[in-house]
Ligand binder design. Sequence first.
Ligand SMILES: NC(=O)c1ccc[n+]([C@@H]2O[C@H](COP(=O)([O-])OP(=O)(O)OC[C@H]3O[C@@H](n4cnc5c(N)ncnc54)[C@H](O)[C@@H]3O)[C@@H](O)[C@H]2O)c1
Length: 334
Amino acid sequence: MFRVGLVGLGYWGPNLARVLANNERCDFSACCDLDPRKLSKITRQYPSLKGYRDYDELLKSDIDAVFIATNIGTHYELAKHALMRGKHVFVEKPLADSSSKAAELTKIGHFARRTLMTGHTFIYSPPVVKVKELIDSGSLGDLRYISFSRVNLGLYQKDVDVIWDLAVHDLSILLYWLGESPIQAWSFGRACIDTKRDVAFLWFRFPSGVIASCEVSWLAPQKMRRTCIIGSDKMVVYDDLDPGEKVKLFERGVNLAAPSDFGEFQLTYRMGDVISPNLANVEPLAVEIDHFLKCIETGEAPVTNGEFGTDVVRAIEIAIEGAQAESLAVVNAA
Ligand SMILES: NC(=O)c1ccc[n+]([C@@H]2O[C@H](COP(=O)([O-])OP(=O)(O)OC[C@H]3O[C@@H](n4cnc5c(N)ncnc54)[C@H](O)[C@@H]3O)[C@@H](O)[C@H]2O)c1
């Protein structure tokens, strides 16, 4: 059984701790945080854990793998040290704060022959997997466009803007569904309250012709986690906040009939059934962590491996900076 440690016990880390404590593939034996209060809170909750304030001491211990749930700017250094010490590494999303750092971590992981995985939790959630199945099976027909809305009031982050906090989720889902990376990207953002963008709109175009938009905001009156996937035959609405029917498949569309004479083109609207597929009732975070541990056991590559994590970061970068030559333009209004 693998011995695992966890670094970063802020907002998200305790969720990883809860799932790790319940996973039978691993022995969750150590945790680490710079903040002694956060450390003692977790060690009180899980008394068998050994607590460290110094990350190097955690790495010197006998753990085989480390879970990194610290602030994004620290991911690269912490993951690199762990891989170089021969640990398997799970890094919370995004893998790093630049694609060059993410690519370097991926390379080090291969060189060290250690499993490196990015914590893109949504990729392990039943609704996202169900939509992938619908796309891959051709049920939707040719994909036309995808639009994401991920907005709420807060949580404002200290170290990153709303794109690096929220759009990372949408990009991971988008790249997973489409299996391709964008060739054009564009974004507008605005810092309304403080100095970091708290609202942003991102647009992408993919080699297949699919276009996509992401609306992300910490400054919205209501929480929304809604995605529309539009195909030539069917359409899907994925609402992650819907308690019972997160995925709805609409047998709807528009047909354009060629004119039989010199008259006008005829549009006909298809208004068929709405189907809500049955989804497994599992916790995505538990599936994700189990996948990582299983990949260590078998040596297979995780679905959200280093390459996948790097592609997500690169897509974010081209939307922000227009870093790719094909990018149309980038305007970051502050
Ligand atoms: N997968 C998801 O759905 C999801 C959800 C929320 C957050 N996250 C990710 O989790 C990560 C952490 O986010 P958060 O909101 O919990 O941040 P946070 O600021 O609340 O917590 C970070 C913790 O890391 C500790 N830390 C930082 N550097 C350290 C170091 N060198 N050694 C030891 N401890 C250190 C800090 O003291 C703090 O307690 C981010 O990458 C974020 O994107 C993922």
